[in-house]
Design a protein around this ligand. Sequence first.
Ligand code: BTN
Length: 246
Amino acid sequence: MSLFAINNIIHLKECSSTNDYLISLNKKSNCKEGTVVSTDFQTKGRGQRNNVWYSQKNSNLIFSFIIQPSLPISYQFFLNIFTSLSIYHVLKTILGENIRIKWPNDLLYSKDKIAGILVENIISGKKIQKSIIGIGINVNQKEFPLENATSIINVLSQRYKREDLLIFVFKELEKHYNLLINKKFNLLYTNYLSVLYNINKKVFFLKKGKKYNGIIKGINNFGSLKIEVNKKIKLFSHGEIKLLKK
Ligand code: BTN
């Protein structure tokens, strides 16, 4: 059976945030795995680290879905891995080889952000009971308030139909979700590392306001970033450091 079914998609003209909508819908009526909420406009779109996710009206792909992966909490980073790999494959097919995943789960075209992912887990005991995953892909928006952002239209110089893109994304999510529930952790991990932005390259990062540099060496199983600093491998969680552009 497919994860996503047409009758499980709720499309809203506008909402505060599709993640928030799905979280409260799930509280009220216990959503089925594969329930999707998509919208044309979010008034309070959220990004990682309490950032705002701004997306022009009627221009981009904005949606969230709910899954019930039955994973121990220690595997929660694999939710970020399977999702970012899915979006990576979609964008690579459309835009070519310049797509990379920037740790933990940003999608870049060259150095510019083209999609973002927000994973929010409902934990019960030591298990992930449900996970709400929100995805924003810049599709037909040409101008951005922030530097270093781009979209499919800016790369291809032509519009892309959001409905077609959603179907494509569902296909890849389904494929990679099957790898996850079939416990193909090694494969997901290796595939993620093979497309990680700046792997084995020197990067600058901020930790507690201080600037450091080091070489990205990969991630551990919990999703912490491995950076070689002064010839020693150090682990950093998301939230602990901010990778800088230079
Ligand atoms: C990030 O890059 O910081 C994550 C951005 C995630 C944005 C998506 S858009 C759909 C869903 N609803 C939200 O409020 N955020 C996510």
